[in-house]
Each structure stands twice: as C-alpha cells, then as structure tokens.
Design a binder for this molecule. Structure first.
Ligand SMILES: CC(C)(COP(=O)(O)OP(=O)(O)OC[C@H]1O[C@@H](n2cnc3c(N)ncnc32)[C@H](O)[C@@H]1OP(=O)(O)O)[C@@H](O)C(=O)NCCC(=O)NCCS
Length: 237
C-alpha cells in the first residue's frame, strides 16, 4: 500500500488518499509500528477493534505520507491539536491535512498553505434521516432533501451532510459551530464546486466543496479554499 503514496504535493494542489478499512482483512496491530507511544496508547483506549483499526490505519498512512514528503521518521513527526481538536503538523504547519473515517472506508486530504476538511460517510448506516435533517440542516437544505424521492433522498441527505461536515472540519470548529448556521449550496450548472454561507466564519464565501469519487455506499466530500483547488489528485490506496 505504501508504494502507492504519491511522491509529493505542490502548491495549488489538493491530494486525497482514499482507502478501505476492513476489520476482517486487517488488524490495528498491523499499523502500530509507524506510530509513537501516545497514539498506540490512544488506540488501546478504543473498546471496539474496528475503532482501533480506523484510528491506527489513518494515522499510519498519514505518518508514512508525511515522512516520505519530509524525509523524517514516522514516529518523530509531531502531530499537535488545535483548540477544538483538529490535528496539525507542529514543525511544518504549511502542510495542512484532515482525516475522516467511517465504517469500512477512510480518506485523508492534504493541501499546501490552505486549510482542508474532509468527511466520508457510509450511506447505508442506520440513520433516521428525517429526524437528523431537522437538527442539522437549514430550511432551504431541508427543502432540497425533501424534494427527492427514496432512495435519492438518502443520497442527497449525505451529500449535504458531508459537505457541511467538511466545512466544519476545514475551519477546525467542528461541532462547536451549530451546523444549522452553515448553508451549503450545491454546485449550479457549469460549476464544479459547491459554496458555503456562514455569517460566523469570516472567509466562508472563499471556501468550496466537491465530491470525491469513491465506491458505493460511501460518499466523500472535500472542502478547500478556492485558491487551492487548481488540481485535485485522488489516490486510491
Ligand atoms: C471530530 C468532528 C469534527 C468530526 O467527527 P466525525 O464526523 O465523527 O469523524 P470523522 O471521521 O469525519 O473525523 C474524525 C477526525 O477528524 C479530525 N478532527 C478532530 N477534531 C477536529 C476538528 N475540530 N476539526 C477538524 N478535524 C478534526 C481527527 O483527525 C479525527 O480523527 P482521528 O482522531 O482518528 O485522527 C466532530 O466534532 C464532529 O463534527 N462530529 C460530527 C457529528 C455530527 O453529528 N455532525 C452533524 C452533521 S453536519
């Protein structure tokens, strides 16, 4: 898998690594040797083996990628947390990244100089979409979802959910920002990217979102600033 990691990243490019996470084929201990002590301790704290695997596999791929690009030892890369928990690289904050994992699949987005957010969801997961929609979507987002018929309604729910979540993760605010305060506008005809409106985030009008193709039943959405979207390179590992 690690041979498929790209050799580097250039300015104006977003790199996305996308991969399966399968507790039947792999174990979290397969990934432990790239991780420092504190991440191994964190992995041990998860109760379920699949949660241990999701965390360790993502951190291992993240560390192997950064170590290839920076020519540094995987365990010595110093990953710190922003105030609301977004991980960043302490010594090389210019390489921005974000991780997302769900049952069965994960993605990591990288970008030079500009922040990124990524979210992946399993659309087959048991979610009462009508109940959740009322809690997290704006009136106009709910109208868009309700205009669809089954099963497109479910798909639209997750398209808007992952867009919003990618925005919340791009800003680093996560759920400290009420999701209802963010309006996601799907790309209009001839436009590649969707846009956001959020009066609580200064540069929200400069942020874009785009769906990253991945296998069914997953939906993955990337949020990045307009300037950084010259090229999106997706690497299935
Ligand atoms: C952490 C959070 C930002 C995302 O959580 P999530 O969707 O459950 O999980 P994801 O797999 O997409 O993301 C988790 C990763 O995001 C990163 N992360 C943690 N806090 C973050 C933050 N404030 N901003 C950006 N990234 C963050 C971490 O790398 C974490 O993975 P790791 O700890 O294994 O390295 C959480 O605060 C959140 O928003 N939960 C969403 C649940 C929800 O109800 N959303 C409503 C729909 S919009």
């Amino acid at each position: 898998m690690h041979q498929k990691i790209p050799n580097g990243i250039i300015e104006g490019e977003v790199v996305v690594l996308a991969f399966e996470v399968d507790p039947i084929k792999e174990s979290w201990t397969d990934y432990a040797n790239s991780l420092p002590r504190n991440e191994i301790d964190r992995a041990r704290e998860f109760h379920y083996p699949q949660d241990k695997l999701r965390f360790t596999k993502c951190r291992s791929i993240l560390r192997n990628t950064l170590s290839k690009w920076l020519n540094d030892n995987t365990k010595e890369l110093n990953i710190a947390l922003e105030t609301n928990g977004k991980p960043y690289l302490k010594e090389n904050p210019e390489i921005q990244f974000n991780i997302s994992h769900t049952e069965g699949f994960a993605g990591i987005a990288f970008c030079m100089e500009y922040g990124v957010g990524i979210d992946v969801e399993n659309t087959a997961r048991a979610t009462d979409i009508d109940q959740v929609a009322k809690k997290v979507f704006t009136e106009s987002e709910q109208v868009i979802i309700n205009a669809e018929t089954t099963p497109d309604k479910r798909k639209m729910f997750f398209r808007l959910w992952t867009a919003k979540e990618a925005f919340l993760k791009n800003t680093g605010l996560g759920l400290t920002l009420d999701p209802k305060k963010v309006e996601s506008n799907l790309p209009t005809e001839n436009k590649k990217y969707g846009t956001f409106e959020c009066s609580q985030v200064k540069n929200s009008s400069g942020l874009r979102f785009v769906e990253i193709s991945c296998p069914e039943p997953y939906i993955m959405t990337l949020s990045a600033s307009e300037e950084s979207l010259g090229e999106i390179s997706v690497f299935p590992l």
